[in-house]
Design a protein around this ligand. Structure first.
Ligand SMILES: NC(=O)c1ccc[n+]([C@@H]2O[C@H](COP(=O)([O-])OP(=O)(O)OC[C@H]3O[C@@H](n4cnc5c(N)ncnc54)[C@H](O)[C@@H]3O)[C@@H](O)[C@H]2O)c1
Length: 450
């Protein structure tokens, strides 16, 4: 995942400052801006050379701080021994391989913009590389090959650090095939049991809910992603006869339920409101939902500082509209979470603004990042899809990689473009194309990191 370059230099203390400067140039030779920054630094401090024994460390520390603010991967140490100084430096080049599945419909259109953002991050950061491999696995592939991905598709994906998905689904292929042969196998095989879906009203946008502002609409839905109502246990009998029947079983295991609820509580511990809301329907679904509620209460006992509310899904859907400010972390089963988050997307401006992360918290397998929307056949090919959900999913990817400062740059850039309000796709009330909005966000990223 990461390549680390270490090097050691030795010189007498008198030349240390010049050597450090040169060293830093070499260390950052990949990026012209660092070269210029270092040159500026030399020009600035050189006249003060006679006083270096007083100020050098402060100056260098300041310089390192500036670099590590954005770079975060550079470390330089100086060790003085007898009359010899040793500089030990390391610059970690972060390297991530990403399997890119653009998919169908607007998937490839929004993916193009996402890939431009990754490029902009690489260029402005300098210490990070994303090796993206595109996989043509979609409904067209299905129509040619009779399957959504090759037989060894999951083995191929397993070797990547991350997966980036656009959207899947096309009119010529039944939805249960495209979803069950591509997305669900990936989520399950890679134990991506957490589906994180933020519901956040971005700055620059207004909610369709009157009187609800940015502070009222900022929570996250944790959706169980591997079992529950999306189980393939069941079947059909007596097809084509009047006795025809279909059975679809819900599957709630203790293991699967406990791990998602524990994840949600741990997330609630890190958030400001310290509140967890669990979606249930134990009045109508009388086996699996009481079981779910029991586990919420059991795990909740280990999190005394978190206020817990269990709401029936029908009431909860209404509260998303009437009192969204109440929520902080909402945990829900697979189906409930799926439906709730389309509603969540609607209250913050639409499906084009809703990202998601399919996380394998143990990091044994790649996690997958995608917009929550589908392939939108009604607007596919028109070049007007909103790319923000896809781009925001990259911000979530950076958070997952432990690079929240980059995640923040991406999200801040999206918000800045929305605040400027000059380039907006039709779903936001504007006339801009997918490409124009993507370009605007990219140029904002360059501006923010200059
Ligand atoms: N994860 C996935 O890949 C995924 C998720 C949901 C649906 N699907 C599939 O997508 C296909 C269409 O499903 P659907 O119509 O129910 O849902 P959808 O999300 O594709 O579209 C719903 C509505 O939202 C609009 N919309 C969606 N994304 C938008 C964007 N980025 N910008 C502007 N408008 C946007 C569409 O134009 C449409 O009117 C189906 O085949 C379905 O199975 C796939």
């Amino acid at each position: 995942m990461n390549a680390t370059d270490f090097s050691i230099g030795i010189c007498v203390p008198e030349f240390m400052n010049a050597a450090l400067c040169v060293y830093k140039i070499v260390l950052f030779d990949k990026v012209l801006q660092r070269f210029v920054a270092t040159l500026c630094f030399i020009c600035l401090v050189w006249p003060f050379y006679p006083f270096f024994h007083l100020v050098e460390w402060k100056a260098f520390l300041a310089f390192d701080t500036i670099l590590s603010f954005w770079h975060g991967t550079c470390k330089i140490f100086r060790v003085n021994c007898l009359n010899i100084s040793v500089i030990i430096g390391g610059s970690r080049l972060l390297h991530y391989s990403i399997a890119v599945i653009p998919g169908d419909g607007i998937g490839p259109e929004v993916m193009n913009e996402g890939l431009k953002v990754l490029k902009a991050i690489e260029e402005s950061h300098g210490g990070i590389r994303f090796a993206c491999d595109e996989k043509p696995w979609n409904c067209e592939y299905y129509l040619k090959n009779g399957r959504m991905m090759p037989e060894n598709g999951l083995d191929v994906l397993k070797d990547y650090d991350l997966i980036l998905l656009g959207a899947i689904g096309a009119p010529g292929v039944p939805d249960h095939i495209s979803v069950w042969e591509l997305i669900l196998p990936i989520r399950r095989a890679f134990q991506q049991y957490v589906n994180l879906r933020p519901v956040k009203l971005l700055r620059g946008l207004e909610s369709p809910l009157r009187y609800k502002g940015h502070d009222d609409l900022d929570f996250v839905v944790v959706r169980e992603n591997t079992e529950g109502e999306y189980s393939n246990m069941g079947g059909r009998m007596h097809q084509g006869t009047p006795f025809e029947m279909a059975v679809q079983n819900n599957v709630f295991t203790r293991y699967g339920t406990e791990r998602i609820i524990k994840y949600a509580y741990n997330l609630a511990e890190k958030r400001p409101k310290k509140r967890l809301t669990a979606a249930t329907k134990s009045n109508g679904i009388n086996h699996s939902m009481p079981f779910w509620d029991e586990i919420v209460k059991e795990v909740g006992r280990e999190h005394a500082g978190i206020e817990t509310n269990l709401y029936h899904i029908d009431a909860l859907a209404a509260y998303f509209i009437t009192r969204p400010e109440e929520f902080d972390v909402v945990v829900a089963s697979n189906l409930f979470g799926d439906i709730l988050t389309d509603l969540g997307a609607a209250v913050v401006g639409g499906l084009g603004l809703a990202p998601s992360a399919n996380i394998n918290p143990e990091r044994e397998f790649p996690s997958m990042f995608e917009p929550i929307h589908g392939s939108a056949p009604d607007i596919a090919g028109k070049g007007i899809a909103n790319p923000i959900a896809q781009i925001w999913s990259l911000s979530m990817m950076m958070d997952h990689l432990g690079l929240p400062e980059i995640g923040k740059v991406i999200l801040d850039s999206i918000e800045q473009v929305l605040i400027d309000g000059k380039v907006q796709t039709p779903d936001l009330g504007g006339k801009a194309t997918t490409k124009e909005l993507g370009d605007e966000i990219v140029s904002q990223i360059y501006k923010a990191t200059r």
